[in-house]
Design a protein around this ligand. Structure first.
Ligand SMILES: [Zn+2]
Length: 90
């Protein structure tokens, strides 16, 4: 914990509830500065309702995740693309 945020590994549990693969190892590109890096490298703030993940390069909001009692809202507008490693298909 430093400066009020943790790293993107804080997203592992909440995202595991939605996605079948571990998204913390997915590689994203920031809309703001073009920085490419793993979700685990984002700065996660959990003071707001839900989780807000910001780019370590330019502080742009990359991802927002709000968990309600029976649904989740996932906002990825700060991400140009997400590269997700999957098992090789024969
Ligand atoms: Zn950025």
């Amino acid at each position: 914990m430093s400066d009020g945020y943790t790293d993107g590994n804080a997203l592992a549990g909440p995202l595991a509830e939605i996605f079948a693969v571990d998204l913390t190892t997915a590689v994203g590109r920031c809309v703001g500065c073009g920085l490419v890096g793993p979700v685990a490298g984002l700065r996660v703030y959990d003071h707001a309702p839900g989780l807000v993940a910001r780019c370590p390069g330019c502080d742009e909001v990359i991802l927002r995740l709000v968990r309600g009692p029976d649904r989740a809202w996932l906002d990825l507008r700060g991400t140009v693309s997400l590269q997700i490693a999957l098992p090789t298909v024969a």
